[in-house]
Design a protein around this ligand. Sequence first.
Ligand code: MF3
Ligand code: CO
Length: 249
Amino acid sequence: MVILKLPEEIEKARASNRIVAEVLSKLKEKVKPGVTTRELDRFAEEIAEKRGAKPAFKGYRGYPYALCTSINQEVVHGMPSARVLKEGDIIGLDFGVCYRGFFGDATITLPVGKVAAGALRLMEVTEQSLYAGIAQAKEGNRLGDISAAVQMTVEAAGFSVVRDFVGHGIGKNLHEEPQIPNFGKKGRGVELKSGMILAIEPMVNQGDYKVIVLSDGWTVVTEDGKLSAHFEHSIAITEHGPEILSKLS
Ligand code: MF3
Ligand code: CO
C-alpha cells in the first residue's frame, strides 16, 4: 500500500530533504583528488548532527556508515574507507537523514578533477534520465510512465539501466511502497496521486546492466567493470505537479 502524505507531512519531508541537499552541496566542494571517502563520510555525518538530523543509512540493515561512496565501476552502496580519490575518478554520493520523524534521500555523482569525456557523458545522461522520470511524476500518470521515461533517456544514449536496484516510496520509513524500477512500460503500474513522496534513483551503466555484489556484502559493481553513475531525488507529487524536495541550492 502506498502511503499518501498530508501537507504538514510533506512539509516535514521538505525539511529533512533540505538537510540532505545541504550536505550534498557541501560535499561537492570537498570532492577533489587526495580526499578519502572516510573524510567525506565524517563530514556528512557532522553536518547532519549539527542540524539535529540522524543519518538514515547508518545501522540500516547493518550498514556501518552515514554515506555511500561508489567509485567508478561501483554502482551503489560503496563503503567509505581510507581510499584516496584520484583525478579521473567519478564518485556517487548517496546520503539520507531522518529529521523529526521524516526521511530524506538523494544522490549525486561527481567528477574528481578532470575526467574522461565518456564519464562526463554518462553522468550527464543519468541526471537527465532522473529529470525525465520526475517530469512524469504527476497525478493521473502511472508508475510505469516514470520508469519508461528513465529507460528511454538512458537507452537512447547507448547506456543501460541497472535492474537489480530500484527507487522507492519514502516518508516515515526510508523505504516504502511503491518500488520504482528504472525500466518499464508506459501506462502500467499504480496510479500516481498527489501526496505521494517518491525517491527516484536511476543507476546507469556504461556497458551491460548486469551487476554483482562484492564479498563485503554491500558494494555493488558492474559485472563488466565499466563505469556506473547514480542520481537520486526525493520528490512529492502535488496537484501542481512534481516538487523536488532534495533540490541542491
Ligand atoms: N539511497 C539508497 C536507498 O535508498 C541508500 C541505501 S544505503 C543503505 O536504498 F545502507 F541504507 F542501505
Ligand atoms: Co534511495
